[in-house]
Design a protein around this ligand. Structure first.
Ligand code: FDA
Length: 310
């Protein structure tokens, strides 16, 4: 409950226009702990650094809740160019995208623009032997994102496209079951948005229990599972679970955020697990950075100290 109050306070303060203006003008150096840089070359450089430790990268161009067709299309174009640049640097592009950033909810030629642009991204990802993950956003977008995920798996196959389920939502266990026929590639996260108690569990203990349940269910079903957390007790439990159920390492991976628990990322990779870091880059870093602060009180202190230092 305290975690929930902390998260709510931070995200509410972050939504204040004056706070946003202050952070945008003075917070970039602090945000760089979590964001690789502003250019595609920055994120590609970050992947190459991580690869030295046996860690892969998930490329994420920052941007969400876009409200014009032109901006959504320009955003998709930037991701397509990113994939070309990554491939030219010898990296198979594993990209994460928020469908709201590429036009979800806007209709063009009778089609949802988010879906149309996702098809363009997937065509290119498939060409390079890469992968596209559809991030999960706030709860009003879950139905449409899962429906579009279904369409895309049916068109491109489950080896090239995945999506995310959030353990804080009451609905997620049913969603996991409903996706079963697709043999889905799923990233399981706890959930990062400010959600009302009518849809999301307010207690951290419940969210954690739900997390374990979802990961175990997806693994037992034989589906590829991206265990996306920094929670070491969960990571240790998953390691035990796969051992005791004879689940091969080729059926799951650990995913962590760039700039968070780098020690743990290296340790898991050294133990021989597949590990990928989610690496955001781009100019639109404020909303992403706010969610990272909301995850951990220590991060708010880090920001305050940074701002006071000027
Ligand atoms: P929890 O919050 O319980 O933290 C466990 C421990 O991890 C903490 O005690 C702390 O040590 C460390 N930690 C966690 N967050 C930290 C931070 N920001 N800074 C420093 N230390 C931190 N969410 C979503 O809604 N949709 C999505 O698509 C995604 N995608 C995604 C991809 C990947 C690869 C990851 C790792 C996470 C996401 N998330 C997400 C975010 C996710 O929902 C969640 O908010 C964060 O992962 C934090 O939760 P943990 O599982 O780490 O546990």
């Amino acid at each position: 409950m305290i975690d929930q109050i902390y998260r709510k306070t931070v995200l509410t303060v972050a939504g204040n226009k004056s706070v946003e203006a202050l952070m945008r003008s003075r917070g970039w150096s602090l945000a760089q702990r979590f964001v690789a840089g502003e250019q595609a070359s920055d994120v590609i450089g970050a992947v190459q650094e991580l690869q030295k430790d046996g860690i892969g990268g998930i490329l994420d161009l920052l941007g969400e809740f876009v409200d014009s067709v032109e901006t959504a299309n320009a955003f998709a174009e930037q991701i397509l160019a990113l994939m070309d640049q990554a491939a030219a640097a010898g990296i198979k592009p594993y990209v994460s995208v928020k469908l709201s950033g590429i036009g979800q909810g806007m209709t063009v030629d009778g089609q949802d623009l988010g879906l149309t642009n996702a098809r363009r991204l997937l065509t290119k990802a498939a060409q390079y032997g890469g992968f596209l993950a559809l991030d999960m956003e706030d709860h009003p977008r879950v139905d449409v994102t899962l429906a579009q995920f279904r369409t895309l798996v049916e068109e491109f196959g489950h080896a090239v496209v995945g999506t995310v389920l959030q353990s804080y939502l009451y609905r997620t266990e049913a969603d996991l079951q409903a996706l079963g026929d697709l043999r889905p590639n799923l990233r399981i996260v706890k959930g990062a948005y400010l959600e009302p108690p009518s849809v999301a569990m307010p207690d951290k203990a419940d969210v954690d229990a739900s997390y374990r349940k979802l990961v175990y269910a997806n693994l037992k079903a034989g589906h590829y599972t991206n265990v996306a957390t920094h929670d070491e007790s969960i990571i240790d439990d998953v390691k035990m679970f796969v051992l005791s159920h004879g689940i091969p390492r080729s059926q799951f991976e650990f995913q962590l955020l760039y700039g968070v628990r780098r020690d743990l990322q290296k340790k898991l990779a050294a133990e021989g697990y597949t590990v990928r870091a989610y690496i955001p880059y781009g100019r639109d870093w404020y909303a992403y950075f706010s969610r990272r602060i909301a995850e951990r009180p220590g991060n708010a202190l880090f920001v305050l100290r940074g701002l006071l230092k000027g």
